[in-house]
Write a protein of this length. Structure first.
Lengths: 261, 180
């Protein structure tokens, strides 16, 4: 009986409270072409990991790399055409900001700076000019997420916006509790992961990158992906049958037993 | 499971796919100079798909210009601009001055069969308002969107939204997957 009560309670609590949309009509014929081009040049990615595995630092370096890449390309083109453009681009202004702020630029709140943690997730736009893609400018929306379990709800919300995640794992610590949680959430939503083993240059890190960390992550990802498959693909009726055959001490339950009303 | 693996030190600012190179850099045998973060950015472009657009308003899916729909993921407040809403644009596009209405979850689920645009919103709960600004964050600096058009797939911050706006949470699809 207790098991059924817990199950019903969980179903009831996962009901969404409110969802907000903004809607209106907007029509323009030339906009459709623009939209298609824009769409293909855009990526949305979230950076997820356990606490202190280096998410915010990674976002910092990503921002710097993107700024450097676009500024180097713009300077090379300006010298070749022999008409230098002295007006600073927005990227250059950002670069100056980055130099002034130092580390953990994305942690902007007072409490975040004081404690050295991320509390609210932050979306930032990276304009990246790729060398290997004919110098085309791409837009990558990078979302930095908090690592603490207390702010797990933030991560859940952010994952609904993105199409892939960068899973950061500390080489010394290996996958931890939050690593498993965020990975399972991402896989349930069908997001593509990219694994980044971080802090490799530390002594504890170098020793473990000979396959040890990789195996740990693979183990976690396989477990979580099979769990995700269980949660998403297998139909509720199958679960009900299993529940009836194995778990229920009271004989069969009908499908009504699982209604949330 | 198929995923690319990178070895990195984000503090030192280098990243590589090769484990031997990673060890060499860690022991200061190889310069980290040529192993920048660009490799990860290129991998994001190659490996991840462009934004998946969920068509929220199924009734109008055949029309070329879908109504603008943004799911609010973060709500903020600015001293000068008032309430701000950040989220992914799932369909359509919007420019400054466009009229928007907040649709609560309850009202969308009941009114999918009715007409498409702002008519099906719950006007008693939320009054329509005009977008006063479309912004994106670059680092921590908020900058106005250059094109001034918020297009589907992008993550933008808009201002001029009513104070009653609430964080929408996840898509309905994500919610259903979560239970049991």
């Amino acid at each position: 009986m207790l098991a059924i009560r817990v199950l019903c309670f969980r179903v009831a609590t996962t009901r969404p409270i409110l969802r907000s949309y903004l809607a209106f009509s907007f029509s323009s014929s030339s906009n459709a072409d623009k939209q298609i081009k824009f769409h293909s040049m855009m990526r949305n990615v979230a950076i997820v990991a356990h606490v202190d595995h280096g998410k915010t630092t990674l976002v910092d370096t990503l921002l710097k790399a993107a700024i450097e890449s676009s500024s180097s390309i713009s300077t090379s083109t300006s010298t070749s055409t022999s008409t230098p453009t002295p007006t600073p681009t927005p990227n250059e202004i950002d670069n100056n900001d980055l130099k002034g702020e130092g580390e953990r630029l994305m942690d902007s709140g007072d409490i975040e700076k004081e404690r050295g943690i991320t509390i609210t997730s932050k979306a930032t736009r990276v304009e990246y000019t790729s060398n290997i893609k004919n110098n085309a400018e791409y837009i990558i929306n990078v979302v930095d997420t908090p690592g603490h379990a207390d702010f797990g709800g933030e991560v859940d919300r952010v994952l609904s916006m993105v199409d892939g995640v960068c899973l950061v794992v500390d080489a010394a610590e290996g996958p931890m509790a939050q690593t498993k949680y965020v990975l399972s959430r991402a896989l349930q939503l069908g997001l593509k992961p990219i694994l980044i083993i971080n802090k490799v240059d530390r002594d504890e890190g170098i020793m473990r990158i000979d396959g040890e960390v990789e195996m740990e992550v693979l183990e976690v990802s396989l477990t979580q992906s099979s769990l995700a498959l269980w949660k998403t693909r297998i139909r509720a009726t199958t679960k009900l049958a299993l529940f009836n055959s194995i778990l229920s001490p009271f004989g069969s339950l009908g499908e009504d037993s699982f209604s949330t009303s | 499971m198929d995923y690319p693996t990178f070895y990195a030190s984000s503090k030192a600012g280098w990243l590589t796919t090769d484990v031997e190179v990673a060890k060499s850099i860690s022991r200061n045998e190889v310069s980290k100079q040529q192993y920048g973060m660009e490799e990860l950015l290129d991998a994001i472009l190659d490996y991840l798909p462009p934004p998946v657009l969920t068509q929220i308003d199924s009734a109008s899916s055949n029309s070329p210009a879908l109504p603008f729909a943004l799911t609010t993921t973060m709500v903020g407040y600015d001293k000068f601009l008032g309430r701000t809403a950040t989220g992914k644009v799932h369909q359509g596009s919007a420019i400054m001055g466009d009229n928007v209405t907040v649709i609560s979850r309850a009202s969308t689920s009941t009114s999918t069969s009715t007409s498409t645009s702002t008519n099906n919103t719950n006007t008693e709960e939320h009054k329509p308002s005009n977008i006063s600004g479309i912004f994106v964050y670059k680092g921590v600096t908020r900058t106005a969107l250059e094109s001034n058009v918020a297009m589907a797939g992008d993550i933008v911050t808009i201002t001029g939204v009513p104070d009653t706006i609430q964080v929408g949470g996840k898509r309905a699809r994500a919610k259903r997957e979560a239970w049991i």
